[in-house]
Design a protein around this ligand. Sequence first.
Ligand code: ZN
Length: 282
Amino acid sequence: MSRLRLSPQMLSCFSLAAVLLTASGCYNVPVTGRKAVAMVDEQDVKEKSLVEWEQMKRMHRLSRNQAQIRVVQQIGSRLSQTVFWDVPLADWEFVVFESPNMINAFALPGGKVGVFSGLIDFCENEDQLASVIAHEIAHVAAKHTHERFSQNMLLSPLNAATNVGVGIGIGGVGVSMPSVGRAAGSGVQSVTQAAFDRGKELEADEIGLNYMARAGYDPREALNLLIRMEENLAAQGVKGPPGWLANHPGFPERQIRINELLPAAIKIYESGGDSTTPIIIQ
Ligand SMILES: [Zn+2]
């Protein structure tokens, strides 16, 4: 009778998998209610996020544009109060990076949010900017990075345990071609490695739309911004998201989905959003 023999390496794989399963945590994604599993240590993810946050601060110049800093702080304040019960342990920080060619923003687990000045310049109003920040915060609230880590661990437990980068959920909304080149060339490669899949992007759109409406921002502007971004890329001769964002849903797919979700979000917005959310008068 043959007997299954396990190599020391396989044994360590199994022990690690057992530890991971023991430490597994199921949770419901806010707003969508999807059941998800995170098998990573919260504190570990938070620490890695802080390392990436400090790297981003070293790589990109901090903005001195007081008007832009003020508007991002205001949006951040309203959104972070709205999402308080979904991300109760977050230590929110909203920073504007001086990078006119980058039409984007990102949020890290733990609550660190970076907004590139190119995005602020591109947005026609505060509601459009809020839609991007709400989308990025939605990735954090849904623990998409935790899910990605967990998937990586299952695929390659030893690698994942020793070589995990947080990965920044950049590219959530859209970028111009020059900004893609700059991002790829400036050492933000973990961005591409941890690019979120199409389903998670659509989920972040859905959650973000709800958050922005509850915070008192007009959800119709999320759609307007996506349309303008698509037009902007088309004007540069680009159809759909660039290559390294290939696993992101295309603009038309996102626009159709947002269109479907808009009536419910408009209802929330027109009813005054969260009664528990203090609205800052500008
Ligand atoms: Zn995204």
